[in-house]
Design a protein around this ligand. Structure first.
Ligand code: AGP
Length: 606
């Protein structure tokens, strides 16, 4: 949530900051601002998008030092005044901030009692005032920032400049990501490498509690106590082009369409066709340890949690190890019992979701063994876990997760195969799963070819105010993800229920203006699912069936037929048409597909 960019060097900072903010807009997009230093601080900030900000930044906005911000509001409504940067009263110090200062009210009251006058409703402004109080008397900006942070409780990624020290930026991190970019006689910092890769691939991730001082000729990092830390730069394996729409109308359609490739990348080098096993070296676990776990507990948020439900099903079916998924946001608050015989699996596309990260940290504190299934390489969760599986799905920019969801489900299939083959999954069943996984990229391609048919259905169903999604057992997480995709990008109210639960309550909602998307795979539950369709139709409900065969016209009004794989892997394919259905419904309703209202891609606040 919120994106930060900072620059110091010989070039003009403003165009670099604006470009970087554009790349970070997925993190928050209700207001944006920049400040550059050139004989004092010059600020522009607006309610709205980075494009709106660019319109008010004049061509003569010169200066080789600056910081910028794109906001997802937590304290105070989106407005010009609440937009970052926030300045001290004397306009000497400017701060941009991602995170939440929990004791902001208390600090604000103390500062006001000392005579400070606040202009915004934000928690961040407290920081500008706190730093300004000591900046005059401390030998460095770094020291003034460190002193200010001592009184702060909460999470932050910040960048700070001092109009009277024009050659340096100070950044600090606690719970919200900050990555430094190393250029040729120039330095950058940002919330995400997305803002840096156009300029450099050499990066350094700050750890919680660390602070860095950036000057054009390099950087120094310090632990919270002030001791200098040694950091090895990493070379990131992404290009600026990965963050473009690549000729598609929206990132979301690009990311849905990329899935044959991204799935192939998740599988690459991991399928062993000789022994019918999965190679997952990143788990850092030998066969003996792999056998030692008695349970698998999966945690993640939103779509990551739903992919975890597919994962739990796969682990139970293939490895016969009890497994379940829980929202990380709930898990972390319920003082969980951490069991030494359980393997904990944290899922996150961004690797920064605060609730998931906090749950991982809680598990580690209690001695739990945690692995990660993560897309963003080098992200906070990836660094915190004991081992894991990278998705290699490439940057996911659209707020709604699609390719990362699919690749996570595939990573679970690999994990379940790996566990299964050290337990009792036979070589024949191992081969069945290996062959099934290898078929997925082509089968996804087949589904994508139905784009026009699905778009037509989306236009038809998007006229309804609400939709029900149902699935049984393997189909239930698919239904949940389908409802999630639809509601977050089209704003159509969507509910997901286990098909078996319909008659215990929600059937009362069914009628002509509440159609049902029914997930009906060809598995041992087919007859039960068809009975449910009959019950919906008998109550005047329309049905769109997503499954492996054309339904009887008595049971469904419409259908999407997907290629059949192994029953354990079918949920992965059944999800793809639901992504397209949501996408085309959102387009039909003229929604902001890639940046739906009220949301942000990386939820780095509690
Ligand atoms: C997915 O479409 C959502 N935007 C959201 O639920 C997301 O999956 C969730 O916030 C978790 O994000 P993460 O995978 O980056 O941790």
């Amino acid at each position: 949530m919120c994106g930060i960019v900072a620059y110091v060097g010989a070039k003009d900072a403003a165009p670099i900051l604006l470009e970087g903010l554009q790349r970070l807009e997925y993190r928050g997009y209700d207001s944006a601002g920049v400040v550059v230093s050139n004989k004092g601080l010059k600020v522009r900030k607006v309610k709205g998008r980075v494009a709106d900000l660019a319109k008010v930044v004049p061509a003569r906005f010169k200066g080789g030092l600056g910081i910028g911000h794109t906001r997802w509001a937590t304290h105070g409504v989106p407005s010009d005044v609440n937009a970052h940067p926030h300045l001290s009263a004397d306009e000497r110090v400017a701060v941009v901030h991602n995170g939440i200062i929990e004791n902001a009210d208390e600090l604000r009251a103390k500062l006001e009692a000392d005579g400070a006058v606040f202009v915004s409703e934000t928690d961040t402004e407290v920081l500008a005032h706190l730093i300004a109080r000591t900046v005059e008397d401390t030998p460095s900006l770094e020291e003034a920032v460190r002193l200010a942070l001592k009184s702060v409780v909460g999470t932050y990624g910040i960048a700070v400049i001092d109009g009277q020290r024009p050659g340096e930026v100070v950044v600090a991190r606690n719970g919200s990501p900050i990555v430094l970019g190393i250029g040729e006689k120039e330095m950058f910092a940002a919330s995400d490498v997305a803002a840096l890769v156009r300029y450099t691939r050499q990066v350094v991730h700050l750890e919680d509690g660390e602070l860095a001082v950036l000057k054009a000729d390099g950087f120094h990092t310090f632990a919270s106590g002030g001791r200098e830390t040694a950091k090895e730069p990493l070379t990131v394996d992404v290009e600026a082009g990965h963050y473009d729409t690549g000729g598609y109308e929206h990132y979301l359609l690009k990311e849905i369409s990329e899935q044959p490739d991204t799935v192939a990348r998740t599988l690459r080098g991991r399928l062993d066709e000789r022994f019918h096993i999965a190679h997952l070296g990143g788990l850092n676990m030998d066969a003996r340890e792999t056998r030692s776990f008695r349970r698998v507990k999966i945690i993640g948020c939103g779509s990551a949690y739903y992919s975890g439900q597919i994962g739990a099903q796969l682990v139970e079916e293939l490895a016969r190890i009890p497994a379940d998924a829980e929202p990380a946001s709930e898990f972390r608050y319920r003082n969980p019992v951490v069991d030494p015989d359980t393997l904990y699996v944290a899922i996150s596309q961004s690797g920064e979701t605060y609730d998931t990260l906090a749950a991982v940290q809680e598990l580690k504190r209690k001695g739990g063994r945690v692995i990660g299934i993560v897309n963003a390489v080098g992200s906070a969760i990836a660094r915190e876990v004991d081992g894991g599986i990278y998705l290699h799905a490439g940057p996911e920019v659209s707020v709604a997760s699609t390719k990362a969801f699919t690749s996570t489900a595939i990573a679970f299939a690999l994990l379940a195969l790996h566990f299964g083959r050290v337990h009792d999954l036979s070589p024949a069943d191992g081969r069945r799963i290996v062959d099934g996984l290898a078929k997925l990229p082509d089968q996804i391609e087949e589904i994508l070819k139905q784009g026009d048919h699905i778009a037509e259905l989306a236009r038809k169903y998007a006229t309804n105010p609400s939709m029900m999604f149902v699935g049984r057992v393997r189909g239930y997480p698919v239904a949940r993800e389908g409802a999630q995709k639809l509601k977050e990008i089209s704003y159509i109210h969507a509910e997901a229920y286990p098909a078996s639960e319909l008659k215990h309550g929600p059937l009362a909602l069914i009628g002509p203006d509440m159609p049902t998307v029914a997930i009906v795979p060809d598995d041992e539950l087919l007859d039960k699912n068809l009975t449910t369709l009959g019950e919906i139709r008998a109550r005047g409900g329309n049905v769109l069936m997503v499954g492996h065969r054309r339904p009887d016209a008595k049971l469904a009004d419409d259908s999407i037929v997907v290629p059949k794989n192994e029953i354990e892997l079918d949920p992965i394919l059944l999800t793809i048409p639901l992504q397209l259905l949501a996408y085309h419904a959102a387009v039909a309703l003229e929604r902001d597909v890639d940046r739906p209202r009220n949301l942000a891609k990386s939820v780095t606040v509690e």
